[in-house]
Design a protein around this ligand. Structure first.
Ligand code: EPU
Length: 421
């Protein structure tokens, strides 16, 4: 078991190069199963969720090469398997995109229910609703989902999601790309990685319009050809480094980002008193002095992301006054890290959906445990800002989604090490 050991209290200064977006990569890689040719996918983050997905695809018969770092070439023409390795599928959340990809390519799938971060009850009823609307028969139980064509066959369809689920929008887009007829998804999610998936599929020959709005139209095509596509930068990785410099103080530029995607985050950091300077593909944050308290409510894009809730909570814990942080996507997400922050001296009161965070003068180093990816990232930030030494356990959660976290933080002045225990 490895841990991170952090000696806190060093301001962060310098530049961080942001990797490709995890949540785009984990949608685009399974979608490559639809492509009848070679896909070259660039800016793929080197994180464990991606490595697991590549292992799954390879185990299914896909020909995969990594000719250089962050570049994956996939040729899935030889794949015949519609039942991906159960153990690997259960190691991550986004493996459920194999359902849509296999349904779209073969008309059938038998996929174990996914694993991944369990910070909340995470049903997939909207994915199932979408598959049924496309004409699939769904056999669902506690262990797997099996999909096959219903009596009328598979076809495009119009459906309205009960809530704007990222995962359901992705799965339905992937499944519908090769089906006859037009599919219309109403109340679709609008996150940047939805747009990135649509751009990838369109580059390969799909006809998808409206991604980034709440109505997405997919006109089915007979086949997708190969091509080259570059994944967008990771909004949440960038936001995490910006929150880190906000909490610790310093002057950090995140580069290779899309500043528009970060506005929902930087607007709140500015409210807390940091200076933000955006340019074409970078955002600089300068943080000095005590932070101001803020009011933040998480919402689907373009709102403040739930995946930044824990990181901004650390900033609030160090502000001069009382902040309110309301979660509207995953009610139970506070429980993954607030007790750990309290053990470092934070003052946080939680009612069902809202954390009231009364800022303290400083946090103290402690031994804490990550319970999910973003909770782990928040504990790293807390350790960087705290006085003394912090040890973060369960870091495999963090390594799911942050490429070279140690190298990137060390390069901007942090004292952080990965230790095998
Ligand atoms: N929901 C349902 N039924 C469904 C699907 C979702 O009730 O069929 C509910 C969820 O319980 C939740 C809300 O809808 O309350 C939103 O869930 P969504 O489906 O949008 O989330 P997801 O697809 O499971 C993705 C990201 C998460 C991120 C959320 C919200 C990926 C692989 N994961 O999850 O990312 O928190 O969207 O933006 O894209 C992370 O990166 O750390 C992470 C957890």
């Amino acid at each position: 078991m490895a841990i991170y050991e952090i000696n806190g209290g060093h301001p962060l200064n310098g530049t961080v190069n942001i990797s490709g977006a995890k949540n785009a990569a984990v949608a685009i890689l399974p979608a490559a199963l639809l492509v009848c040719g070679k896909c070259r996918i660039e800016n793929v983050p080197d994180i464990s969720d991606v490595r697991i997905l590549l292992d799954i695809l390879e185990g299914m018969g896909a020909d995969i090469h990594m000719p250089e770092p962050h570049v994956v070439e996939i040729d899935a023409r030889a794949v015949q398997c519609t039942e991906p390795n159960k153990d690997l599928v259960q190691e991550m959340r986004a493996s459920y995109y194999l359902m849509g990809a296999l349904l779209g390519r073969f008309g059938k799938a038998h996929v174990a229910l996914p694993g991944g971060c369990t910070f909340a009850y995470r049903p997939i009823d909207q994915h199932i609703k979408g598959f049924r609307a496309l004409g699939a028969e769904v056999d669902e139980n506690a262990e797997y989902v099996a999909l096959s064509p219903g009596p009328g066959g598979l076809h495009g369809s119009r459906l309205c999601l009960d809530l704007a689920s990222v995962g359901a929008t992705v799965n339905i887009m992937i499944a519908a790309t090769l089906l006859p007829g037009q599919t219309v998804i109403e109340n679709a999610a609008k996150e940047p990685h939805i747009v990135d998936l649509a751009n990838f599929l369109n580059t390969m020959g799909a006809h998808i319009s409206g991604a980034g709005t709440d109505t997405i139209k997919i006109r089915g095509v007979n086949c997708l050809k190969g091509g080259t596509y570059t994944i967008i930068p990771d909004q949440i990785e960038a936001g995490t480094y910006l929150a880190a410099v906000t909490a610790t103080g310093g002057d950090v530029t995140v580069q290779n980002v899309i500043p528009k995607h970060l506005e929902c985050i930087t607007n709140k950091l500015e409210d807390m008193g940091v200076k933000v300077i955006a340019s074409d593909d970078s955002v600089r944050v300068i943080s000095s002095g005590r932070l101001r308290p803020a009011t933040v409510k998480t919402r689907p894009y373009p709102g403040f992301p739930t995946d930044m809730q824990a990181q901004v909570c650390v900033c609030m814990a160090l502000a001069n006054g009382t902040s309110r942080l309301t979660e509207s996507v995953y009610e139970t997400r506070f429980f993954g890290y607030c007790d750990e922050l309290k053990s470092m001296g934070a003052s946080i009161d939680i009612t069902t959906k809202t954390a009231t965070v009364t800022g303290v003068d400083h946090l103290n180093g402690a031994t804490v445990s990550a319970h999910d990816l973003r909770a782990g990232a928040a504990l790293v930030i807390a350790g960087l800002a705290a006085q003394g030494t912090t040890r973060v356990q369960n870091i495999h959660f963090v390594e799911r989604g942050y490429e070279d976290l140690i190298g990137k933080f060390t390069a901007i002045g942090a004292d952080i090490r990965r230790i095998e225990t």
